[in-house]
Design a protein around this ligand. Structure first.
Ligand SMILES: Nc1ncnc2c1ncn2[C@@H]1O[C@H](COP(=O)(O)OP(=O)(O)OP(=O)(O)O)[C@@H](O)[C@H]1O
Ligand SMILES: [Mg+2]
Length: 258
């Protein structure tokens, strides 16, 4: 279990995050949702260990890791811009981390991940020859072969759309389930957060606005921000889709009534 207690972080005297208290269970998928600049990436960086907290503690499996450096925490991140190596091909990118630690994953495990992420046919390609969604899957595979204790993803789907986005969402879910991997995903899209995760952490102005399951958030929004900012967006989307498919729905109803 990952536990954050009373976390506070400021930059140049300005408070970015405060009173962050949070428990994430093993194998859970948690989305961090909130508007631009609310502190999502900062929170991910604090968990990863690239950034130090000002106050509070971080525990992992009951060990206080607040002062443990990033390399020793054993978590791993997929950055928004993927940060792949342009001079290496897809397979070399995926297995890069194993060069110094070959015992972490067997060849069979690497092949299994490649298959799961549908990358078999791209292994010899250079990074520049890939689409955004393919790069995203390579970045995911490269991180996964290192078997992180926690997988952190910073806006992994924001550059993607439509069917590709849905297919990568499914892959992330499948990996989290198959590997029982705690996965923390930053997003600013309510639909993505609520359809992808077991729990959603909504942050506004550096504080937790609500932390709960998608059902709890929809049924019992805790405050005006969750209602106005999060649920309102979803309702607009729902109404647009209903309007678009109205004729279809009527037709189906007629069929049912016949
Ligand atoms: N290294 C830094 N030095 C100073 N200020 C910083 C630093 N990193 C982040 N900030 C500030 O902290 C605030 C939160 O930034 P953060 O990157 O966590 O936001 P975010 O929620 O990830 O936003 P976005 O959705 O736009 O990515 C911003 O006001 C930002 O300017
Ligand atoms: Mg960010």
């Amino acid at each position: 279990m990952l536990e954050l207690q009373h976390i506070k972080k400021s930059y140049d005297g300005v408070t970015i995050l405060q009173n962050i208290d949070l428990e994430i269970q093993d194998g859970e998928i948690v989305s961090i949702l909130g508007p631009s600049g609310c502190g999502k990436t900062t929170l991910l960086n604090l968990i990863l260990g690239i950034t130090d907290v000002d106050e509070g503690h971080i525990f992992f499996d009951e060990e206080d890791i607040t002062a443990v450096p990033m390399e020793k925490r054993g978590f791993n991140i997929v950055f928004q811009d993927y940060a792949l190596f342009p001079n290496l091909n897809v397979y070399q990118n995926i297995t890069y981390g194993l060069r110094n630690k070959p015992d972490i994953s067997t060849k069979e495990e690497v092949d299994e991940l490649i298959r799961l992420l549908g990358l078999e046919e791209h292994l010899k390609k250079k990074i520049e020859q890939l689409s955004g969604g393919q790069k995203q899957r390579v970045a995911l595979a490269r991180t996964m072969v290192m078997k992180p204790k926690i997988l952190l993803l910073d806006e992994p789907l924001s550059a993607l759309d439509g069917v590709i986005k849905e297919s990568i969402k499914e892959k992330i879910k499948q990996i989290a389930r198959d590997y029982h991997l705690t996965t923390i995903i930053v997003t600013h899209d309510p639909e993505e957060a609520l359809t992808l995760s077991d729990k959603v952490l909504i942050i506004n102005e550096g504080k937790i606005s609500q932390f709960g399951t998608p059902e709890e958030i929809i049924a019992k929004p805790k405050n005006k921000f969750v209602k106005d900012f999060i649920l309102n967006q979803l309702e607009i989307k729902r109404n647009n889709i209903f309007t678009l498919f109205q004729n279809d729905i009527r037709r189906n109803l007629q069929v049912v009534n016949v």
